[in-house]
Design a binder for this molecule. Structure first.
Ligand code: PLP
Length: 439
């Protein structure tokens, strides 16, 4: 088949306005480091690390070579009741990166699967302790935890929920932590809003703590448009969970692997959850991989709770710990270490902050939020047309050769950690120019 001989209509695109896209397709054919090349020859600077995942930059030779080598050595081996060295090595490396105490790793293929897995681990843990009545899950408004039924149930993005019926029963939600009136244009963590964590006490009182299994939040909410936790907020959540025996799960699908300047947001904020959900940056996006890093005691309770010879946790995927994904993870984690990319992200964060906050005062900008190498630039919506202005700015940036991401009317930025200061300025420069020409 000729590379361009395809039927655009045959592919039902995910999270895409299919008709709009197919009227003016944007098709990428190759990538290297910070840039894509598109089918029309256009070069595009990656301001978003793909979908928040290409943290090491594109097609890095050591990752590519590791995947190639693995594909020619062991393409697949059954992953239930059998093992291969790569998955144990990848798990060992991840356990070493995680906060102390979290050192048991369950592999999945997507963030959505990993979220569902974490919820199941919470249920299995409480049941193994004889507290199977703890089955209420607490998420947060505006949270994004993927698209499985578990993830959309604890998630809080209305558009992702409204079509899909009654979802999981026994779920409650904390209030989200964004308030334009109280925190617009905060740099880093807003000073206002720690008290919003106290709402967890209200939820505990409503359901009774004896019925609640876990609380799941993104440490910095990404897909809703980058919402940074108020100072003291995560600490409060941790304290309330401890007081009532609730597990705290951090969904670090976006915040993991250096996005905030450390391996995980848990380390940046100094708050240790009971489980970390990871995906994306673990392989720098090169092969799908995700998983859950679990506090050892939770693992031991579940695994030691079953009779010897039985499958202790009846859960897993055909591709949990796939050889190619494991090889990609191993090479990616080695590259992060060799190039000190997490430190690099931390060192670049002040310049990034300065650059994005330099957009304040431009037309339509009503808030700018940032932490590490993540930022959200929120625009005033056109009345009656939510998302339209954001899309226009996204398209204008693309025309200028810069890829941004738009969620609603918020432009989200999350460049690969290899970005240079000049490239950061190029990204914000394109946004500034696009805003100036947007009605
Ligand atoms: C915080 C968070 N959790 C879960 C997911 C879902 O991951 P996936 O798209 O790999 O299923 C995402 C994806 O962006 C995410 O940002």
């Amino acid at each position: 088949m000729n590379p361009r001989d395809y039927d655009l209509e045959a592919f039902w695109m995910p999270f895409t306005a299919n008709r709009q896209f197919k009227a003016a397709p944007r098709v990428m054919v190759s990538a290297q480091d910070m840039h894509y090349t598109c089918e029309d020859g256009r070069r595009v600077l990656d301001g978003t690390a793909g979908l928040w995942c290409v943290n090491a930059g594109h097609c890095r030779p050591k990752i590519v070579e590791a995947i190639r080598r693995q594909a020619g050595t062991l393409d697949y081996s059954p992953l239930f009741q059998m093992g291969h060295p790569g998955e144990f090595r990848a798990a060992t490396l991840l356990a070493a990166l995680a906060p102390a105490g979290l050192d048991r790793v369950f592999f999945c293929n997507s963030g959505s699967e990993a979220v569902d897995t974490a919820l199941k681990i919470a249920l299995a843990f409480h049941r193994a302790r004889g507290e199977g009545h703890r089955n209420v899950m607490v998420g947060r408004e505006r949270g994004y935890h993927g698209v499985g039924f578990g993830g959309i149930s604890v998630g809080g993005i209305p558009g992702n929920r409204k079509v899909f019926g009654s979802l999981l029963p026994r779920v409650d939600h904390l209030p989200h932590t964004h308030s334009l009136a109280d925190m617009a244009f905060s740099r880093g963590q807003p000073a206002w809003g720690a008290h919003l964590a106290d709402d967890l006490e209200r939820i505990v009182a409503l359901h009774d703590s004896s019925n609640i299994a876990a609380v799941i939040v993104e440490p910095v909410a990404g897909s809703t448009g980058v919402v940074v936790p108020p100072r003291g907020y995560l600490e409060k959540l941790r304290a309330i969970c401890d007081r009532h025996g609730l597990l705290l799960v951090f969904d670090e699908v976006i915040t993991g692997f250096g996005r905030l300047g450390t391996a995980f947001a848990a380390q940046t904020f100094g708050v240790t959850p009971d489980m970390i959900v990871f995906a994306k940056g673990v392989t720098s996006g090169a092969v799908p991989m995700a998983g859950v890093i679990v506090r050892r005691g939770i693992h031991d309770t579940v695994v030691n709770g079953g009779a010897p010879g039985t499958v202790e946790f009846p859960h897993g995927y055909t591709y949990s710990g796939h050889p190619l994904a494991s090889a990609a993870a191993e090479a990616t984690l080695a590259l992060y270490h060799e190039e000190r990319l997490f430190d690099r992200a931390r060192a670049l964060a002040p310049h990034f902050e300065q650059a994005v906050h330099g957009l304040k005062g431009l037309p339509h900008v009503i808030d700018i939020r940032n932490f590490g190498l993540m930022a959200g630039i929120e625009l005033a919506a056109i009345p009656g047309k939510p998302g339209a202005r954001g899309h226009e700015v996204f398209m204008k940036c693309y025309e200028r050769g810069v890829l941004t991401r738009v969620t609603g009317d918020t432009i989200a930025l999350s460049p690969p950690l290899i970005v240079t200061e000049a490239q950061i300025d190029e990204i914000t420069g394109a946004i500034a120019a696009a805003l100036r020409e947007t009605a």
